[in-house]
Design a protein around this ligand. Sequence first.
Ligand SMILES: *[C@@H]1O[C@H](CO)[C@@H](O)[C@H](O)[C@H]1NC(C)=O
Ligand SMILES: *[C@@H]1O[C@H](CO)[C@@H](O)[C@H](O)[C@H]1NC(C)=O
Length: 268
Amino acid sequence: MILFLISLLTAHAWDYSQNGTNWGGKCADGLSQSPINIKKSNTKSLGDSFTMQVYYYGKTASRTVVNNGKYMFIEGDFGYITIRDSKSKDRKFLTTRIVFHIPSEHYFEDYPTHMEMQIHHKVDDSDYTFDFPSYAIVSVMLRPGDESYFFTSINVANLPPANNQTVLPGNSNVNLLSIVSPDDYYFFYNGSFSEPECDENVLRYVFETEQWISFNQINYFKALFITGSDAFSGPGDSRAIQLLNSRDVYYSFAITIGGLHLIAISLF
Ligand SMILES: *[C@@H]1O[C@H](CO)[C@@H](O)[C@H](O)[C@H]1NC(C)=O
Ligand SMILES: *[C@@H]1O[C@H](CO)[C@@H](O)[C@H](O)[C@H]1NC(C)=O
């Protein structure tokens, strides 16, 4: 009984102080973990299976921005995505939450970006089967630039402190389309949740285009999660990159010829 209680307590007592290198269980011994370092020259062309389409939308609603003491997130319905299965059926995955990480968890070409947004989705009940994954996470990599309307819409200047939350007014319109480009190219691989219990079989998508967020807006996250002088001077709230092992990473809408990527030209 005592052992059970201890394991129950320790199961929840994780943090980012060592960027997850001290997490146990599947986090330590899983072979399909997230995040990873994405190298474009090391991708394969994505065929029909696992192509993904975004159907996000704006909706006037009160949203709650939560700081769970580990990271910032917003739960709710922001639209859905479809993912094509091997029989060319588009399966619907509904948004469940948006999680913010500083610095980014994924790397592009050996480097993180300042921040990453991970949009979590769960398969729609009517599309649930045992032979297809139930979870998909779509990442948007962020880098400094112009002020982001999206972050203004979640009242980034008023982020809640640890273990607290901010309720946005009922007339808020938080629209992922203000930061996601549905036509953008993306990377795809078979990964995991990037926090304990690090469950696998999560379909992972990372949009290629890094979206802008201003330094001012980054600084509101930095003040809460970063001890050093910039977004990369730790510990932040990001898990370290994981080994690819025997997995492939795919790139959408590209033709790979001997390691060279030629962008498919549409003929109309
Ligand atoms: C949470 O935030 C509210 C509003 O800012 C504040 O009144 C309250 O004291 C905070 N609670 C904690 C536990 O920090
Ligand atoms: C993804 O990885 C999990 C294990 O990590 C495996 O069970 C599953 O078959 C893999 N799915 C695909 C489509 O490769």
